[in-house]
Design a binder for this molecule. Structure first.
Ligand code: URA
Length: 422
């Protein structure tokens, strides 16, 4: 087999054969196919697409590139969720301990932020002492003892995706439904969960900007999961505005702890509970009551044990940024738009995210929101607070949020997009 013929097949809108797919994924993982050849193929896939059977084979080949985990020794059912990525999306933090408090085991292999979207591991690393890297044995032991673990995927899990995702990130080939679906599902299937809830984001701050694309991505991923024996369901959820009132690492941990303490912003609570119900249903725990587990402190108890089991101190003060800058409302009226993408870019530029994979992140950096779409605001009132340790970043972040909001005349009727779209 030679890689040029594989690239030509897709470049000329042909269908890749099973043999071509198996060979190219294996050869790329082993380093026999070069990055520039794989990026040409990824671009051809982005432009010309893949049919469902090509996507299924591509996913199976990525799973076969590494090891598969096995949770069958655990006595409780496993439940997992995956978000396709957004701004202020801290839901995994309260959700994993909440679902564990309701009786499931939650193995949450998570990632780091890149670009304008945040990463769960970066957020948790703002807790003093907390470790993202666990061996498979440590992960199983935390799951057994606590019921929930949030950690980095080991190098052995879908290594083809690890290489390909890093390559797509720097070659403008992330936003392809076949590549996103196979990337996410290869890791989730290799991880060995029994059930999976997909939180497919739609809106300016998401990879999928339209409901039609989000629907197509969701149905492709549900099909892949189901074919591999994983009970898989998907919710389409709004990412036109940030989730909650914070975007940034320690800022989002603080907000998540508020939710676990029974408070927190209404949209974060609503989405956490909606996803918890789906996860518990998919795990066969239909009678569990996640609202009660939030209210009675049992979810908070699992959170504290989960953080401590990974070396973190749940009582340690969270880091705060050294400098703040307040952005005020330019008029009085009804806030009708506060753009997720713009806020995400600002948080990233303030130091909450990284430009290259090896860059460090600032724990305290990010954006705090003082109003959400639908709220009435008064000219001059604080709308956003920007946080950073490096004040020379303010100008760059202010550029990002300059056109990020619209205020309509006082009294204008406006209904914000629902958190769960369908
Ligand atoms: N998350 C992933 O893991 N892979 C993608 O391709 C996009 C989002």
């Amino acid at each position: 087999m030679d890689v040029i013929s594989v690239i030509r097949t897709k470049r000329d809108r042909g269908e890749l054969s099973d043999e071509q797919i198996d060979w190219v994924i294996d050869a790329y993982t082993r380093g026999e196919v070069a990055d520039e050849q794989m990026s040409a193929l990824a671009m051809a896939i982005l432009l010309n697409g893949m049919n469902r059977s090509e996507i299924a084979r591509w996913t199976a080949a990525m799973i076969a590139s590494g090891e598969r985990m096995d949770f069958s020794s655990l006595s409780r059912p496993t439940a997992d969720k995956h978000s396709t990525g957004g701004v202020g999306d801290k839901i995994t933090l309260p959700l994993a301990p909440l679902v564990a408090a309701c009786g499931a085991v939650v193995p949450q292999l998570s990632g780091r932020g890149l670009g304008h979207t945040g990463g769960t591991l970066d957020k948790l690393e703002s807790i003093p002492g907390w470790r993202a890297l666990l061996s498979n044995e440590e992960m199983l032991s935390v799951l057994d003892g606590v019921g929930a673990v949030i950690c980095a995927a080991g190098d052995g899990l879908a290594p083809a995706d690890k290489k390909l995702y890093a390559l797509r990130d720097v070659t403008g080939t992330v936003e392809a439904i076949p590549l996103i679906a196979s990337s996410i599902m290869s890791k989730k299937i290799a991880e060995g969960t029994g059930s999976l809830v997909l939180d497919v984001k739609v809106g300016s701050g998401a990879f999928m900007k339209t409901i039609e694309d989000a629907r197509e991505l969701a149905s492709t991923m549900v099909g892949l999961g189901t074919d591999h024996g994983v009970r898989t369901v998907a919710l389409l959820t709004d990412m036109s505005t940030p989730l909650g009132l914070t975007a940034g690492n320690a800022l989002e941990v603080r907000e998540s702890v508020e939710v676990l303490a029974g408070g927190g912003p209404a949209d974060v609570v609503e989405l956490t509970l909606a996803l918890a119900r789906e996860m518990l249903d998919a795990a066969g725990l239909k009678d569990a009551d996640p609202a009660k587990a939030l209210a009675d402190g049992s979810a908070m108890d699992v959170w504290r044990r989960m953080i401590a089991a990974q070396g973190g101190d749940p009582d340690a003060p969270l880091p705060t940024a050294r400098e703040q800058h307040v952005v005020t409302a330019s008029a009085s009226g009804v806030l009708t738009r506060l753009d997720a993408y713009d806020v995400g870019v600002a948080a990233w530029r303030l130091g909450a995210g990284r430009a290259r994979k090896e860059d460090p992140v600032q724990a305290g950096a990010g954006v705090e929101l003082h109003a959400k779409p639908g709220d009435t605001v008064t000219e001059g009132q604080p709308l956003l607070t920007l946080h950073t340790d490096t004040p020379d970043r303010f100008a760059y972040a202010l550029d990002a949020v300059a056109g990020s909001y619209d205020i309509a005349a006082p009294g204008t009727a406006f209904t914000a997009a629902p958190v769960v779209r369908e």
